[in-house]
Ligand binder design. Structure first.
Ligand SMILES: O=C(O)COP(=O)(O)O
Ligand SMILES: [Mg+2]
Length: 226
């Protein structure tokens, strides 16, 4: 099926629609400072985003994308609570939409595509960020990290979207910046688009072989509108 023939567009959030790394980094660094742990640059933290809040915090405490196997689980839990409190206070201060996202989404919806969000971000943050950036009314379905018991790269969120929207998997497209999006799509047997400008642990998204790759949101929406 071609891009133009798809009916449902399922978007990842962080690194795809919004550059949320500055606020995530600020909240993580405040958490690390609370615990007298070293802080990290925004670029380093950007390369740790993608597997949800718990993993981001564990990476911060480990000082590495690879989580320290000796990490104290009580400390990790305390740090997650601190992080969520800091992020709640600053989830949409420096967070911005990537170029041409709003215009592209509006045009795609007007052209008849059904739009959804599938993110590894905790549910409580999704709606406030979408409304803060003026795109909350565009989505028919929003699935976050804690909507189900599994999150990307597990395919459960994608399969659930297909069921809830009562459509075929073939008619859906997953659009994301991270290998987690592409791997989840492949596991759900769904086509995917990789966007090269987001966060993918410093790796090229093309390595994960999505069906299509685009360097900008405008190029994606133009190709999909046909
Ligand atoms: O918050 C994260 O870890 C990633 O969120 P995403 O799935 O929207 O990229
Ligand atoms: Mg992402």
């Amino acid at each position: 099926m071609t891009l133009q023939q798809k009916k449902v567009l399922l978007f990842d959030l962080d690194g795809t629609l919004v550059d949320s790394a500055p606020d995530l980094a600020a909240a993580l660094n405040k958490t690390l400072a609370d615990l007298d742990k070293p802080e990290f640059s925004q670029d380093t933290i950007r390369s740790w985003v993608g597997n949800g809040a718990q993993t981001l915090v564990a990476r911060g405490l480990s000082g590495s994308a690879t989580i320290d196997s000796q990490l104290d689980s009580e400390l990790a839990q305390q740090a997650v609570t601190l992080f969520l409190n800091h992020y709640r206070e600053q989830m949409c201060v420096e967070t911005v939409l990537y170029a041409d996202v709003k215009e592209g989404l509006v045009a795609l919806k007007a052209a008849g595509f059904r739009l959804g969000i599938i993110t590894n971000k905790p549910v409580e943050f999704i709606q406030p960020i979408l409304s803060g950036l003026g795109i909350d009314a565009l989505f028919e379905i929003i699935i976050g990290a804690d909507t189900l018991s599994e999150k990307k790269p597990h395919p459960a969120q994608l399969i659930y979207a297909v069921e809830q929207l009562n459509v075929t998997t073939e008619s859906c497209l997953m659009i994301g910046d991270s290998k987690n999006d592409i791997l989840a799509a492949k596991a759900a047997n769904m086509d995917s688009v990789g966007l090269t400008y987001g966060y993918n642990y410093g790796e090229a998204i093309a390595n994960y072989e999505p069906q299509w790759c685009f360097d900008t949101f405008a190029e994606f929406s133009k190709a999909t509108l046909g």
